[in-house]
Design a protein around this ligand. Sequence first.
Ligand SMILES: NC(=O)c1ccc[n+]([C@@H]2O[C@H](COP(=O)([O-])OP(=O)(O)OC[C@H]3O[C@@H](n4cnc5c(N)ncnc54)[C@H](OP(=O)(O)O)[C@@H]3O)[C@@H](O)[C@H]2O)c1
Length: 257
Amino acid sequence: MKGLKDRVALVTGATGLLGSAIATRLAAEQATVVIASRDSSKAEQWVQRQEKTSGRYLPVQLDLASEPSIRTCLDRIVEQAGVPTIIVANASLREGVGVPFEKLTHDSFTNLFEVDIAGHVLLLRHSVDRLAGQPASIVFLSSIYGQAGVDHRIYPEGMLPTPVQYAAVKAAAEGATRWLAALWGERGVRVNALVPGGVASAQRQSQEFVKRYSEKTMLRRMATAEEVASAAAFLASDEASYITGHCLVVDGGLTAW
Ligand SMILES: NC(=O)c1ccc[n+]([C@@H]2O[C@H](COP(=O)([O-])OP(=O)(O)OC[C@H]3O[C@@H](n4cnc5c(N)ncnc54)[C@H](OP(=O)(O)O)[C@@H]3O)[C@@H](O)[C@H]2O)c1
């Protein structure tokens, strides 16, 4: 894809399911990819596992719940690789979020917004401050549940439906995407959201759930992480040079019936 080679791309939550796929795809396009995790040894081990590939990676520690961590992380990236001109705001807090609605606490909401929205928006602001006029592209990971309701009927007994605060934080990510795109457009900084549907993962979903979810999509299946990564790479690349403030839905048609 045009415009990814030799760029410095920061992927938050890069050791997770989609983060890993996005990071390896950007590296395959010859970007230098910064692998951010709250746990520096996890990021380092992730990079070590890629040693048989030709990808260029820099592992870094980043806790989006802490502004000092955000600043320190960016300083380290600038020093060791250069200013990131691609940022994939992919991390999302899982701990304490998957609680039944009846047991919802205030903290469960605020902790998620603190990491996913406040953390990422501050990371983006501090990053754009360091760009010194260079163009950049930002991809915010949303979800179909930021746009469409959760069908509680497809969750088998014992599986928690996607929680309310997750739907709310993803709608917020799309609002932030448009707001930042409007602010930074004249500086050549594009900001888009990627809106995936459910990604298949044997560790996370039962066969029954996969079957019920798949029936709701036009393609009759869940996404692969690689399919979402392709769309992320496209939005980050110069192939999408006139696309900003956009929310690209990658959901096998689930929300298009
Ligand atoms: N999987 C899906 O089906 C799906 C569908 C639609 C949208 N999405 C969205 O796509 C993104 C990736 O999803 P995923 O399923 O790949 O998630 P995941 O595997 O749970 O990975 C998310 C990562 O976020 C990082 N993280 C959590 N709290 C953090 C903090 N305070 N600071 C920095 N990083 C933090 C964690 O990394 P460390 O533990 O290494 O810090 C974690 O690996 C999310 O935004 C999710 O909402 C996913």
